[in-house]
Design a protein around this ligand. Structure first.
Ligand code: FES
Length: 81
């Protein structure tokens, strides 16, 4: 079986009002956190996590995209509470 891929933009702003936090973009914080959490994820062998420079949705940080054999995803939006 081919692996699923999660693309994570490491350049996205931390929030709409704040580009960086502790000297890093919000997207980089998200990449690092996802990589940490994936260490103990029971599906980690089925997924490839790929950091990317930009996913061309910069006005909607933080941005991730999915690619999967024989599957299609449309826009998924997650909002901060
Ligand atoms: S900077 Fe994250 S999508 Fe462009």
């Amino acid at each position: 079986m081919s692996k699923h891929t999660v693309f994570i933009c490491k350049s996205c702003a931390f929030s709409f009002a704040q580009r960086d936090y502790l000297g890093q973009r919000g997207g980089k914080h998200l990449c690092d956190r996802i990589q940490d959490l994936a260490q103990n994820w029971h599906l980690k062998d089925d997924f490839f996590l790929q950091e990317v420079e930009c996913l061309s949705a910069c006005n909607r940080p933080c941005v991730v995209a999915f690619a999967s054999p024989k599957k299609q995803f449309s826009c998924l939006e997650i909002y901060y509470l």
